[in-house]
Design a protein around this ligand. Structure first.
Ligand code: OAD
Length: 233
């Protein structure tokens, strides 16, 4: 591992599972009988804003009773200690990476504790419930929505992610099923750019075959081990 300088880490719901946040596609991954793909779309927001806002209100409220787990803490340790390039790209909308202390990170699917004005594009930190038609503090339009990338919308900061993948010597995917693009395609992009690729996941994901190496187990165990290995290489 001593030839590795630039690392891109992709995380998904599995990294927060041991904190008590349900994953999307595992057991218990349905919300009141809805698939996440059916509730979290621009069409669903337009058709039933109460349902979609309530879905995110409940998930935002649940953040106050969860804490970062050893996987988040190990990634924050890597962030502090790694002298080379590092970008942690999370698909998660919880704030557990930053609460653990990670700073070299971004939320490609948005953030629960943020509101976005659909009229003027302004963003606001948001801790409480967000009813439909809440007026925007900046432009007063009744258009605040959760700052979440819905299915059919373009994930955030794709240029920055692709630039980091192009420079990466190592791409590590943690706790994601590989079911949702474009994140599911990062392994092939990183591979095409010449990076080594490693998957840390509870079980085999849809993209496991594309990785140079897959380690199976809980993130709370595998991630601290991997970080230790990187920092001692
Ligand atoms: P999924 O629920 O699809 O996949 C979670 C993955 O984590 C699965 O492969 C599990 O096997 C694995 N897993 C579960 N517990 C784990 C543990 N303790 N340690 C390690 N791995 C574990 O979640 P994502 O892949 O993150 O999008 O889903 C991708 C996107 O789909 C989400 O960002 C979300 C959703 O729709 C938006 O909200 C826009």
């Amino acid at each position: 591992m001593s030839d590795i300088r630039n690392i891109v880490v992709l995380t998904g719901a599995g990294v927060s599972a041991e904190s008590g946040i349900a994953t999307f596609r595992g057991p218990g991954g349905l919300w009141e009988g809805h698939r996440v793909e059916d509730v979290c779309t621009p069409e669903a927001l337009a058709a039933d804003p109460d349902l979609v806002h309530r879905f995110y209100d409940l998930r935002r409220a649940a953040l106050s009773s969860v804490r970062p787990n050893p996987a988040h803490e190990a990634l924050a340790r890597l962030d502090r200690a790694w002298a080379g390039g590092l970008l942690i790209v999370t698909q998660n909308v919880d704030d557990l990476h930053e609460r653990a202390g990670a700073t070299r990170m971004l939320h490609m699917h948005g953030a629960l504790r943020q509101a976005l004005c659909a009229a003027c594009g302004a963003r606001f930190a948001w801790a409480d419930a967000l009813p439909p038609a809440t007026p925007c503090p900046a432009c007063a339009a009744p258009a605040l929505r959760p700052d979440i990338v819905f299915f059919g919308e373009i994930p955030y900061q794709m240029e920055r992610i692709e630039a980091a993948l192009a420079q990466a010597d190592l791409f590590v995917s943690i706790g994601t099923s590989g079911a949702v693009y474009p994140a599911a395609g990062f392994v092939r992009l990183a591979d095409a750019y010449g990076a080594r690729t490693l998957e840390l996941n509870l079980d085999r994901s849809e993209g496991s075959d594309w990785f140079d190496e897959s380690r199976l187990g809980p993130a709370g165990t595998l991630v601290p081990q991997w970080v230790e290995q990187m920092l001692n290489a």
